[in-house]
Design a protein around this ligand. Structure first.
Ligand code: PLP
Length: 371
């Protein structure tokens, strides 16, 4: 049950199952599925998501950092876990917990091999990342020969997958660029297969690419945002269900007279008798100041109420003059995907940032799948 701070992020594992099955159905059944649950499963709850995804049949889980993987293992998660951005300082824990590193630079590759050799490892599972245009992490295409040479000289590691990441798979204007990334990746993968005479898992698709470039599913796809209900596109959103609903209640209703103002620095001034409701959440919960001053709003009994005045650390004020409501009534900050997407856009950001930003102060309430 929610605690005294009565704002909860309700998490619907039934919606997660629906989204998993929907995304999975877009690619052939033999394509493996990596569920991306970094950053607390995009601000939800990594352990309950990992358990559910294992049960649903996800082949791989992925997180960004080693500590996130350690937390999954501590909770009894046994699925293969890939670490996108491992740090050398934690290699010991990585091996101890059978976590699989993404190796993306010559320095990291050499460091990991040296460590694995020192620990007397044989065929330790690793993943090699190539940069095909994102220009973030990854070996350059021209480093291929060098990578092969380093790998050839050790038996401490075995490449389980070769992968790359798309820069703009949700953007149709960048279709040519994306197709070029995919082609470059295919050619790198082909070189690997020729060199080592076996085919590791090959993957380049994130959620948007699974929908927009299903022919590039190769042998595995990686999905994050879609599992949480967001498809980066209205038509795709329509087939997915929101996993997280941020709910709160009205703490108090203030009755204002014309000329009265609301909140710090008096940025909202009413010109008619008005009703202002205060909500027990603020920027410390992840609803940042950028969402204040009527940029966006919340829903009460299905009716829209704008956020007015500056967002405070622990409190938000909304104008409910036109809404029949009372103290204690339920308020939906976001849930519906269309609204959550617009909410994020109003703050000049994307769904990813909105949902991963809901702070750990907010109680997570996990609803199991309805049978
Ligand atoms: C976060 C991440 C993903 C997931 O992308 P979505 O757009 O959320 O599906 C996939 N691959 C890598 C390398 C990532 O960092």
């Amino acid at each position: 049950m929610p605690e005294a701070h009565e704002t909860v992020l309700e998490i619907d594992l039934g919606a997660l199952a629906h989204n998993y099955r929907t995304i999975r159905s877009k690619v052939p059944a033999d394509v493996k599925f990596m569920a991306v649950i970094k950053a607390y499963a995009y601000g939800n709850d990594s352990v309950s998501f990992a358990r559910k995804l294992e049960e649903l049949g996800a082949n791989y889980l992925a997180v960004a950092y080693i500590q996130e993987g350690v937390r999954l293992r501590a909770a009894g998660i046994t699925a293969p876990v890939m670490i996108f951005h491992p740090q050398k300082e934690n290699f010991e824990q990585l091996i101890e917990h059978c976590l699989e590193p993404s190796l993306y630079s010559e320095k990291l590759l050499r460091e990991f091999i040296a460590f694995a050799e020192e620990k007397k490892q044989k065929d330790y599972p690793v993943h090699i990342k190539f940069n095909t245009g994102m220009n973030r992490l990854g070996f350059a295409e021209k480093a291929t020969e060098k990578v092969f040479e380093i790998l050839r000289n050790t038996s401490a590691v075995k490449v389980h997958s070769v992968f790359s990441h798309l820069a703009a798979s949700e953007d149709w204007k960048e279709r040519e660029f994306t197709l070029n990334q995919i082609n470059r990746f295919r050619s790198i993968a082909q070189k690997f297969i020729e060199e080592f005479s076996y085919e590791p898992l090959l993957h380049i698709c994130n959620t948007s690419a699974i929908f927009n470039y299903p022919e590039a599913a190769l042998s595995m796809v990686r999905s994050g945002i879609g599992l949480y209900g967001f498809g980066n596109d209205k038509n795709i959103d329509a087939n997915l269900k929101p996993v997280g609903t941020l709910k709160t209640i009205i703490s108090q209703i203030q009755h204002l007279e014309p000329g009265d103002t609301v909140g710090y620095n008096r940025t909202y001034k009413v010109d008619k008798p008005s009703k202002i409701a205060t909500l027990p959440l603020g920027y410390a919960d992840g609803i940042h100041r950028k969402y204040g001053n009527e940029k966006t709003g919340v829903y009460i009994h299905g009716q829209f109420a704008p956020i007015v005045g500056n967002v405070c650390m622990d409190i938000i004020m909304i104008d409910v003059t036109e809404i029949d409501c009372k103290e204690g009534d339920e308020v939906i900050v976001f849930g519906n995907v269309q609204h959550a997407t617009r909410f994020a856009e109003a703050g000049n950001t994307i769904s990813y940032e909105l949902i991963t930003g809901i702070s750990q102060r907010v109680t997570r309430l996990i609803l199991e799948e309805e049978q």
